[in-house]
Design a protein around this ligand. Structure first.
Ligand code: C2E
Ligand code: MG
Ligand code: MG
Length: 751
C-alpha cells in the first residue's frame, strides 16, 4: 500500500516536477524573448534619436535658407513687389523701399500704381490686366516717384502666380536711369554726329571707312554708301606728296592724333582745303580700334584770309604769284638746290610789242592778253615750277630739280623754246586776233649768280639781249651782256637829263620833186647826242617811251618843227610840207587838241602837215588808229606810210587805210639799180600806189644811179643823201632856198 502510495506520490511529484520544469523552460523562453525585445527597443530608440538629430539639422538648414532667401529678396539689386489680385502691395523688398525712399509699412497694403507717374498709371493697370488674362507684355517702362520727389526711370517685368492664396503678381523693377542716361548720351552723340557742321569719318584700324555723317556728304559730295569700306584716300587731291602723308601717319601712331590743313578733292573733282583732326581710338587692351577724322571745309575762311594773302602774294590780273611770292619761291628753290647740289634755271620773259597792243587796243584788251598768255605759260611747265608775273608784260619761270649743267641748260632751252612757240600763236582777244611773241632771258644757278637778286638781274639782262638782238627768241646770260645793259641804264638817265635840259634837237631833211626841181617838203627827225656821241632815234625813242616821255616829246617835236618851218622865209618856203613821225604809242596818245594847239601856236596851216606812220601802227587795233588818222585828215593834214614794204600789211588791207603818201623804204632803194627783185618790188609799190590814188616817194636814195632809175620808173619825189642829209633848221632852210633858186647846193649831202 505504501508502495502504492509512494508510487502515487512520486508520480504526482514527478508530474509536478515535470510541470515545474516546463514552466521554468517556458519562463526562460519568455525571458529570452523579453531580452530580445528590450534589445530591439533600445535599438529603435537609438534610431529615433538619430532621426531626431537629422530633423533638427534640417530644420536649422531650412531656417538658414529662409534667412538667406529673405536677404536675397531684400538686398537683390532689383526691386520686388508682390501684389495681390487688386494690385495692392503684399510684400516688398528692401531694394524697393530704398528706391522709393519709403518704409516697408508705407508701401505694403497700398496699390503699387501710386508710386508710378500719373500719366503712366493707366498703362500699368493694363500691364497687370493683360498679364492676369494670360497675355503678359514682356516689360513696361515707367517712372517711379520717390518720397523725396526723385523720378526714377524703371523697367517693370511681371510674373503671374496663381497659388492657393489666390492671384498674385510678382513685379520686378529695375532702375534704368543709367541706361537712360547712356541712351540719351548715345542719342545726343548720334544727333551731334549727324547734325554737326563738321564732316566726320570713322574708319576701322586698317583705315576702311565704316561711317560718315551728313556733313561729310555735303562737303565731299560722296554719299555714305559710296565710301563705305573704301579708304579716305579716295578724297586725296594729289596736292600733297608722300612725305606729307608719311609724317601724318607717324604722328598719329606716336601721339594718337594729328591736326592740320589738308587739300582734298570732292566727288566733282574740285579741290578744297579742309581743317582736319584725326584721333586714333584704342580698345581696352590699348590696340587701335578706329580712327575718327573730323574736318571742316575752310575754303570760305581761307578765301577770306586768302583774299588778303592773294593781295599780298598774287597778281590780281593773272592769279599768278607776284614779285614778292616769286622772290620767296626762288629763294627757297636756291636753298634746296644748294643742299641737293642741283641747278635752277630762271627764265625771264617779256612779251614782244605788248606795249603797242596796250596802246592801240586799250588796257582792257592788254589785260585779257596777259591773262591768256599767263594761262598758256602755266600749261607749259610742270605743276611745281613757279610761273610768276613781275608786272607789266614781264613773267618769270623758275625751273627746279635740274641735275648737271648740260641737261639743265637743255631743259631751260627746251622750255624757253616751247614758250616762244606757244606765245607766238595768235591770241583771240575781244574780237581781235593778236600776234605777239616773247623774248626770254635765261640765268642759271649757280653759274650766273648765287643770289636771288643776281639771278633776276642777269636773266633780265639776257632777256633784253634776246629782245634787242632778235626778238621772239631766247638768250642765256653771259657776262658780256652786262655792258649792253649798263649802256641802256646809263642811256636812260642821260636821256632823262637831256629832256630836262632840253638838249634834244631836230634835224630836217628835204623831199625833192625832181621833175619840178623844187623842194616840196621836209621831214623833221629827232636828234640826241649823248655824252658818248649821237644816238639813233630808233634806239632812244623806245627808251623815251619806256620812261613815259614819248607823248611829251611828240608834242614838242610837232610844236617846235611847225614853228621852225612856218618861220622859213625863202622862196617857196610857204609851200613846203612838214613831215613828223609819230610812233604807234605817240599817235594813240595824241590828242587832236594839242595838234591844233601846236599848229595854231606856230601858224602852220594844217594842210602843210604830214603825219608819218608805219605799217606797225596797223598791226593790232586798226580801227582806233584809222579813226585817229581820219581825224588828222579831217583837219586838212595828210598821212604818209613810212618804211613801206618792211611790215606785214597786205595790199588788200592797205586799201582801207587812210593813206595819202607811200614812202618806199630805203631797203628796196638800196639794191637799185642792179637788184632785179628790189626793182620789181619798187615797181609794184609804185603801181599799187597809183591805182589807189596815193602819192609815193622814195626815201634813202643815195646815189645818182638810184635816182635815175627811180625817175625812169616814174617816182619823182625823192628823199635821201643824194640830195641832202638831215640838217639843222638853218642849214636846211639855206639848202632849200638854194635848191629852189636853181643853185644845186653843195651842202651836207656831200659830206
Ligand atoms: P624814218 O622816218 O624812215 O626816217 C628816215 C631815216 O632815214 C632817218 O634816220 C634819216 O636820217 C635816214 N635817211 C635819210 N636819207 C637817207 C639815206 O640816203 N641813206 C640812209 N642810210 N639813211 C637816210 P634817223 O634820223 O636815224 O631816224 C630813224 C627813224 O627814227 C625814222 O625813220 C623814224 O622812224 C624815227 N624818228 C626820227 N625822228 C622821230 C621823231 O621825231 N618821232 C618819232 N616818233 N620817230 C622819229
Ligand atoms: Mg619818217
Ligand atoms: Mg622811213
Amino acid at each position: 500500500m505504501m508502495d502504492h502510495m509512494d508510487d502515487e506520490n512520486g508520480r504526482a511529484l514527478l508530474e509536478a516536477l515535470g510541470a515545474a520544469r516546463e514552466r521554468i523552460a517556458e519562463l526562460e523562453s519568455v525571458q529570452t524573448e523579453y531580452v530580445k525585445v528590450v534589445e530591439d527597443l533600445s535599438l529603435h530608440q537609438e534610431e529615433l534619436r538619430a532621426q531626431n538629430e537629422d530633423l533638427r539639422q534640417a530644420q536649422e538648414a531650412l531656417a538658414e535658407a529662409s534667412r538667406r532667401y529673405q536677404d536675397l529678396f531684400d538686398f537683390a539689386p532689383i526691386a520686388y513687389f508682390l501684389l495681390d489680385e487688386h494690385g495692392a502691395v503684399v510684400e516688398v523688398n528692401f531694394t524697393a523701399c530704398q528706391m522709393l525712399g519709403e518704409q516697408r509699412v508705407s508701401i505694403v497694403h497700398r496699390p503699387m500704381r501710386f508710386h508710378i507717374g500719373a500719366s503712366e498709371r493707366q498703362a500699368f493697370d493694363l500691364f497687370l490686366v493683360e498679364a492676369a488674362a494670360g497675355r503678359p507684355s514682356r516689360t513696361l517702362d515707367v517712372t517711379l516717384s520717390s518720397r523725396d520727389g526723385r523720378e526714377i526711370p524703371a523697367q517693370l517685368s511681371l510674373v503671374v502666380d496663381r497659388g492657393n492664396r489666390g492671384l498674385r503678381f510678382r513685379v520686378a523693377a529695375i532702375d534704368i536711369s543709367e541706361r537712360h542716361l547712356a541712351e540719351e548720351q548715345r542719342r545726343l552723340a548720334a544727333t551731334m554726329f549727324e547734325e554737326s557742321n563738321e564732316g566726320v569719318v570713322i574708319t576701322d584700324a586698317k583705315g576702311n571707312i565704316q561711317r560718315v555723317n551728313r556733313a561729310f556728304t555735303v562737303v565731299t559730295g560722296y554719299a555714305e554708301k559710296e565710301v563705305l569700306g573704301k579708304k579716305p584716300s579716295i578724297l586725296s587731291s594729289g596736292r600733297h606728296d608722300s612725305v606729307f602723308y608719311k609724317v601724318m601717319w607717324e604722328r598719329l601712331e606716336q601721339s594718337g592724333g594729328w591736326m592740320g590743313e589738308i587739300w582734298n578733292r570732292r566727288k566733282n573733282g574740285e579741290i578744297y582745303p579742309e581743317w582736319l583732326k584725326i584721333n586714333a581710338i584704342r580698345g581696352a587692351s590699348g590696340q587701335i580700334r578706329h580712327y575718327v577724322g573730323i574736318f571742316s571745309d575752310i575754303g570760305d575762311r581761307k578765301r577770306g584770309t586768302q583774299e588778303v594773302e592773294r593781295f599780298a602774294f598774287y597778281d590780281t590780273l593773272t592769279d599768278l604769284p607776284n614779285r614778292t611770292l616769286f622772290v620767296e619761291r626762288l629763294k627757297h628753290a636756291l636753298i634746296r638746290a644748294h643742299r641737293d647740289k642741283q641747278r635752277v634755271a630762271l627764265l625771264y620773259l617779256d612779251l614782244d610789242r605788248f606795249k603797242s597792243v596796250n596802246d592801240t587796243l586799250g588796257h582792257q584788251t592788254g589785260d585779257l592778253l596777259l591773262q591768256q598768255a599767263a594761262q598758256r605759260l602755266c600749261q607749259l611747265v610742270r605743276t611745281y615750277d613757279t610761273v610768276a608775273r613781275l608786272g607789266g608784260d614781264e613773267f618769270t619761270v623758275v625751273l627746279t630739280d635740274l641735275e648737271d649743267d648740260t641737261s639743265a641748260r637743255d631743259t631751260a632751252e627746251r622750255v624757253a623754246e616751247s614758250i616762244r612757240e606757244h606765245l607766238a600763236r595768235p591770241f583771240h582777244v575781244g574780237g581781235h586776233e593778236i600776234v605777239t611773241g616773247c623774248s626770254t632771258g635765261i640765268a642759271m644757278y649757280p653759274d650766273d649768280g648765287e643770289t636771288c637778286s643776281d639771278l633776276v638781274k642777269h636773266a633780265d639782262i639776257a632777256m633784253y639781249h634776246a629782245k634787242h638782238n632778235s626778238g621772239n627768241g631766247h638768250a642765256f646770260f653771259s657776262p658780256e651782256m652786262n655792258a649792253r645793259v649798263v649802256r641802256r641804264v646809263s642811256m636812260e638817265s642821260a636821256l632823262r637829263a637831256a629832256v630836262r635840259r632840253e638838249e634834244l634837237t631836230l634835224a630836217y631833211q628835204p623831199v625833192i620833186d625832181v621833175a619840178a626841181a623844187r623842194v616840196v617838203g621836209v621831214e623833221a627827225l629827232l636828234r640826241w647826242t649823248s655824252p658818248d656821241g649821237p644816238v639813233s632815234p630808233l634806239e632812244f625813242i623806245p627808251v623815251l617811251e619806256d620812261l613815259g616821255l614819248g607823248h611829251d616829246i611828240a608834242r614838242w617835236v610837232l610844236a617846235a618843227s611847225s614853228r621852225v618851218v612856218n618861220d622859213w622865209r625863202f622862196e617857196g618856203a610857204d609851200a613846203l610840207w612838214l613831215s613828223v613821225n609819230l610812233s604807234p604809242l605817240q599817235l594813240h596818245r595824241m590828242l587832236m587838241a594839242w595838234v591844233w594847239e601846236s599848229l595854231e601856236g606856230s601858224g602852220l596851216a594844217p594842210e602843210r602837215l604830214v603825219v608819218e606812220v608805219t605799217e606797225d601802227h596797223f598791226r593790232h587795233n586798226s580801227d582806233a588808229i584809222i579813226d585817229r588818222l581820219i581825224e588828222i585828215r579831217a583837219m586838212g593834214a595828210r598821212v604818209a606810210l613810212d618804211d613801206f614794204g618792211t611790215g606785214h600789211s597786205s595790199l588788200g588791207r592797205l586799201r582801207n587805210f587812210p593813206i595819202d603818201i607811200v614812202k618806199i623804204d630805203r631797203s628796196f632803194v638800196n639794191g637799185l639799180p642792179h637788184d632785179q627783185k628790189d626793182l620789181a618790188i619798187v615797181n609794184t609799190i609804185i603801181t599799187m600806189a597809183r591805182h589807189l590814188g596815193m602819192d609815193y616817194l622814195a626815201e634813202g636814195v643815195e646815189t645818182p644811179g638810184q635816182l635815175e632809175l627811180l625817175k625812169r620808173q616814174g617816182c619823182g619825189l625823192i628823199q635821201g643823201y643824194v640830195f641832202a642829209r638831215p640838217m639843222t633848221a638853218d642849214e636846211c632852210a639855206a639848202w632849200c632856198a638854194d635848191y629852189n633858186a636853181g643853185r644845186m647846193p653843195v651842202g651836207p649831202a656831200l659830206h
